[in-house]
Design a protein around this ligand. Structure first.
Ligand code: HEC
Ligand code: HEC
Ligand code: HEC
Length: 219
């Protein structure tokens, strides 16, 4: 089998595995190495990992490695050693500790991947996150102008949309990038950010039209 065919077969097997895991995450036992974490991180953190290549391999190979041999793919505790030492919250009581934890999360990549590969991945992730951050700033500027132009109800609606852009879309993007999970990077990340930004723009222009209409009616 040529390298190309092998790659294709592997990709097909992976997408089948991904699809079945997507349907069955709830029903199955946690992936080994995640048990101490997913009770509290059952949302996007668990899902983005489970749907990543790392998570898929860890799930498929669970219990199949030779006794004593380390697992081939990383799990939560491989990449988050400080949280693994302190599973009770708060893991980190100050922002500097949090920054160190972030650095630690990427320090393990080189145990399994070539330095150049890791550098390319981390660069691409940083660029994608910067684009997400740009979208957030654009949305924030719209929220601020809504405070000036829109009536309180419309302005509150726009703030709610913005809050979900930050807490849901931008967080999915960050987790998707941190966990190499394509779904979270694209559909739940960048594409969702675009969608939320459009909804905010739409709500703002509607509010401006309404304001102009009632100003005209008042004249
Ligand atoms: C008792 C509940 C609980 C358990 C158990 C738990 N966490 Fe957390 N963790 C939290 C909360 C709450 C936060 C802060 C909010 C957030 O970022 O999701 C957090 C934050 C984090 C963060 C973000 C950076 C930080 O430290 O602030 C990482 C990474 C993390 N946890 C990893 C883990 C891993 C890995 C495990 C398993 C070894 C684990 N957690 C177990 C509740 C928990
Ligand atoms: C291959 C390494 C790797 C594995 C495996 C991994 N993580 Fe992460 N995780 C990261 C990186 C990198 C980040 C991004 C840190 C950043 O820049 O905020 C991250 C971020 C997080 C965050 C913070 C999200 C936020 O809102 O700031 C949480 C929580 C988390 N991981 C939990 C988990 C849990 C739970 C598991 C297992 C189910 C897991 N991680 C598996 C590398 C990993
Ligand atoms: C315990 C070993 C291990 C660690 C640690 C690890 N990986 Fe992996 N990684 C693997 C294996 C095994 C694969 C699957 C085989 C392959 O594609 O090379 C993989 C695959 C990948 C892929 C390919 C995903 C795809 O869809 O093709 C990326 C990207 C990746 N890793 C990035 C990282 C980054 C970034 C880190 C650190 C945050 C990291 N890995 C940490 C073992 C590891």
């Amino acid at each position: 089998m040529g390298a190309r065919t092998a790659g294709y077969v592997a990709a097909a097997a992976l997408s089948l595995a991904t699809a079945s895991i997507a349907g069955a995450t709830q029903a199955r036992a946690p992936i080994p190495g995640t048990e101490g974490c997913v009770g509290c991180h059952s949302g996007p953190a668990e899902k983005s990992y489970a749907l990543s290549k790392h998570g898929v391999i860890a799930r498929l190979e669970a219990g199949r490695t030779r006794a004593g041999a380390p697992p081939r793919a990383p799990t939560c505790v491989t990449c988050h050693p400080s949280q693994a030492r302190r599973p009770a919250t708060p893991h980190h009581d100050n922002p500097r500790a949090r920054e160190r934890a972030r650095a630690a999360a990427t320090a393990t990549c080189g145990d399994c991947h070539a330095p150049r590969y890791v550098a390319v991945q981390l660069d691409a992730a940083a660029r994608s996150l910067a684009i997400g951050e740009m979208k957030r700033r654009e949305a924030q500027a719209l929220v601020e102008s809504a405070r000036g132009d829109a009536d309180p109800t419309a302005s509150a609606r726009i703030e709610t949309l913005y809050a979900s852009l930050v807490a849901t879309d931008l967080r999915s993007l960050r987790l998707g990038l941190g966990h190499q999970s394509p779904d979270d990077q694209w559909w739940l990340g960048q594409a969702a950010l675009d969608g939320s930004l459009l909804r905010i723009k739409g709500a703002l222009s509607e509010a401006r039209r309404d304001a102009a209409r009632s100003a005209a009616a008042a004249r």
